[in-house]
Design a binder for this molecule. Structure first.
Ligand code: MG
Length: 341
């Protein structure tokens, strides 16, 4: 297989603010693998929080390319295991290659990727639409843009967050999830989640910092709203220590190293009765559609990264009344200007 890659710079519709950061651009990387005239596409969406960025991804891909030259793309398990082992600090780059190889293999088999996983496209979940942190007025304005989405994810963990949630709940009957992105300590989390229970919240994502499953357990035991992890559930090996501490986990391809790793996480979580959400970073339709191909396996989806950008060069999964609609074309099913816009 031949590997090539290039910058993929995405511009956000609105500044995307969460409890620890704010962004106007997502500096991602587009990956193409080619074998016998067939091309597969992938994308890395690196996050500084996980100590990766566009530069580190490009550098890692430069080292990965020669390792793929003699590889048979159908040996995905072997390829991904090799890359995860050799590039444990570059998992967004590994994810991009994993996605591209899955796309390539499903195209060679002339089937949509979900069929390779033995899934039915009717079983996709509904995705949430994320409203980032802003003034309450601006959050309410964004709520109007989100009118077609029956599930909202509100970023919390700021000074007036409870007022913002109250103001939004007053305007909508949509399902509301909240994500604190590690903003609280245990006591604050219990207090905030208690306050949130007045607003019919589906679940709270990552109330406290990762690295301390007992803190999550303490929060969960003292609140009535389910607790889901994101920053605490990066890799398959993170999951056993979360058993009994939370209600579910959020999996992202770019955190864990791609579809293969995500599949392991889904099964590890489900075997312990944990709910599973598939999420994303700010990503184009390439990696959002790749994640959507696995979504018939999960309980919740937060696959809206492509909806938050202005200049998505690609077209893949669609959203109808919140439901993810998988394409019927072969591979991950993405079309568009692969050579850059
Ligand atoms: Mg999150």
């Amino acid at each position: 297989m031949k590997l090539r890659f290039d910058e993929l710079n995405l511009e956000l519709r609105h500044t995307f603010r969460i409890s620890r950061s704010a962004e106007d651009f997502a500096r991602n990387v587009l990956v193409v693998v080619e074998d016998g005239g067939t091309e597969g596409f992938g994308e890395a969406a690196p996050s500084e929080y996980y100590k990766q960025n566009q530069k580190t991804v490009l550098k890692a891909l430069g080292k990965i390319a020669p390792l793929l030259v003699d590889k048979d793309p159908f040996q995905i398990e072997e390829i991904v295991t090799l890359l995860v082992t050799q590039f444990p600090n570059d998992l967004s780059a590994v994810a991009a290659v994993d996605i591209a190889v899955h796309d390539l293999v499903a195209k060679k088999l002339r089937i949509p990727l979900y069929k390779l996983f033995g899934l039915s496209k009717e079983n996709t979940p509904k995705t949430s639409f994320t409203i980032g942190i802003d003034s309450i007025e601006k959050m309410l304005a964004k709520l109007k843009e989100a009118a077609g989405y029956p599930i909202l994810k509100l970023k919390v963990g700021f000074e007036n967050d409870m007022e913002a949630v109250a103001a939004i709940r007053e305007q909508t009957d949509a399902v509301i999830r909240v994500d604190a992105n590690c903003a609280w300590n245990v006591e604050e989390a219990i207090e905030k989640i208690y306050a949130l229970s007045a607003y019919n919240i589906e679940f709270v994502e990552q109330p406290v910092a990762p690295g301390d499953p007992e803190a999550l357990r303490k929060v969960r035991e003292n609140v009535t709203i389910p607790v889901i992890t994101d920053e605490s559930s990066v890799l398959p090996e993170d999951i056993p220590q979360l058993y009994g501490c939370v209600d579910g986990i959020n999996i992202k391809l770019t955190k864990c190293g791609g579809l293969r790793q995500a599949l392991k996480m889904i099964h590890a979580a489900k075997s312990a009765g944990l709910k599973v959400m598939l999420g994303c970073m700010i990503e184009s339709s390439i990696s959002v559609t790749a994640a959507a191909q696995l979504s018939p396996l999960v309980d919740y989806a937060d696959l809206d990264g492509n909806l938050l950008i202005k200049n998505d060069p690609f077209r893949g999964v669609l959203v109808e009344n919140g439901k993810l609609i998988l394409p019927d074309s072969h591979g991950i099913g993405v079309s568009g200007n692969i050579n850059g816009s």
